[in-house]
Write a protein that binds this ligand. Sequence first.
Ligand SMILES: NC(=O)c1ccc[n+]([C@@H]2O[C@H](COP(=O)([O-])OP(=O)(O)OC[C@H]3O[C@@H](n4cnc5c(N)ncnc54)[C@H](OP(=O)(O)O)[C@@H]3O)[C@@H](O)[C@H]2O)c1
Length: 407
Amino acid sequence: MKPVLLIGAGGVGSVVAHKCAMLPEVFGPITLASRTLSKCEAIAAQVKQRTGCELATAQVDADDVSQTAALIRSSGAKLLINVALPYQDLTLMDACLEAGCDYLDTANYEPKDVAKFEYGWQWAYQDRFAQAGLCAVLGSGFDPGVTNVFTAWALKHQFDEIHTLDIIDVNGGNHGKAFATNFNPEINIREVTAPCRHFEAGAFVESAAMSCHQGFTCPDGVGSYEIYRMYHEELESLVKHIPTLRRAQFWMSFSPNYLKHLEVLQNVGMTRIDPVMYQGREIVPLQFLKAVLPDPGELGQSTKGKTCIGNVITGRKDGQPKAVYIYNICDHEACFAEVGSQAISYTTGVPAMLGAKQILEGGWRQPGVWNIEQLDPDAFMADLHVHGLPWQCRELTPAQAASFQVA
Ligand SMILES: NC(=O)c1ccc[n+]([C@@H]2O[C@H](COP(=O)([O-])OP(=O)(O)OC[C@H]3O[C@@H](n4cnc5c(N)ncnc54)[C@H](OP(=O)(O)O)[C@@H]3O)[C@@H](O)[C@H]2O)c1
């Protein structure tokens, strides 16, 4: 018996619930809890229909430590999988410490009132988790998550030393809406409007958001897209844990249509996160915008196309320069057919399930707080092939790597 508690009943939570339910030999009993009970019940009904597995459901305010600790105890959970929002990371880690439970998440902590995310707040829990004999695994989605494991696997099997890392995240999907975000709109828009930071020559360098971009052609006919350099949280942990890195950058594709809408929304103040008065009460414009945008969890039905997320890595092997591209391609419609979700939720939810599997099976279970690149990559890499996210590793020439020619 490996009782688990999933917290968050959004797009990612639904995928994690389905994928855990498909592995009863690893996970169970499973409790799905979130702020809105009806969303948990709707997911539980779909899971029952697709897999035959019964989930328990519960209402919980994950900002409330003692309430969450009580739920951990009553559910008997040995592991809490946090797929709520980054705002809840610290209270959920506190609840795990209080109730004696392991922890896993997919995004690092971010305070609600400042658009700033960094690992420092969660790394500060290292001693408390270690002393309690509990394990916390941070960032087990796709990016962060699989991209960190790709890097750790490359370092273990392909390189003696890694010098540059470029993570390239392309969503070639089309949802047919005028404007929508792939995951929680509030978190997504805070992320893409933040100033860009990349790592170069031993330090992070800041530049204006979306100011650096270039064309990128994906392999296997996924298509050509414009990719924009932006800051992403895994850069912080990867440059810490792989000190030979001389440069680390993150790139994401955006369509001209997405950027046009985002620019207008920014210009009119709809992406602000400070409260404004409206009809006698305070509202936060970005939270209001979230309420009127399409729910990312509902986009699966209409989204067609593929995602292509991978790492271009250069370094040295046996004294020679070497470069590789490691990537996964995921089809939105295939994800919808399997679990009723689009590929962004799927590519996050499957690695969350796989990270949880590694903890429960013991491979990754060690006391302390860990970024996923610090853990052995091999079993996780093998599981990606089995559970819906197959990957490939291509060798590149140094010239191809320098210009991102991977197709
Ligand atoms: N690493 C990656 O590759 C990656 C990629 C995409 C997303 N993510 C992360 O995945 C997480 C989930 O994303 P998503 O798109 O599934 O978001 P979502 O659809 O907005 O779902 C979030 C869920 O958390 C619940 N929640 C929020 N505050 C809560 C609270 N105080 N107590 C209890 N439940 C609460 C929400 O409840 P309500 O339904 O009541 O609002 C909702 O069910 C986010 O942290 C996101 O940053 C990671």
